[in-house]
Unconditional design. Structure first.
Length: 71
């Protein structure tokens, strides 16, 4: 997972301006989870590979396509 120092300085400045850190602290994780719950069901993705990539990149969740389960 990325750390704050891995982002370009302009992105770091924008994150700091919003009061965000990366990797997210517990407070930011809670906000992200709440936003995800509000967003849930409001979008449709044609390509399941996109969902797998998002789950892995944002949450570190690996989708096992053979078993159709999250791990």
């Amino acid at each position: 997972m990325y750390e704050m120092k891995d982002f370009p300085p302009s992105i770091q400045a924008l994150l700091k301006k919003r009061g965000w850190t990366w990797p997210p602290d517990e407070k930011l994780k809670k906000k992200i989870e709440e936003a995800g719950k509000r967003l849930s069901g409001s979008i449709h993705v044609e390509d399941p590979e996109i969902v797998r990539k998002i789950l892995w990149e944002m949450r570190g969740i690996k989708y096992d396509s053979d078993k159709k389960k999250l791990s």
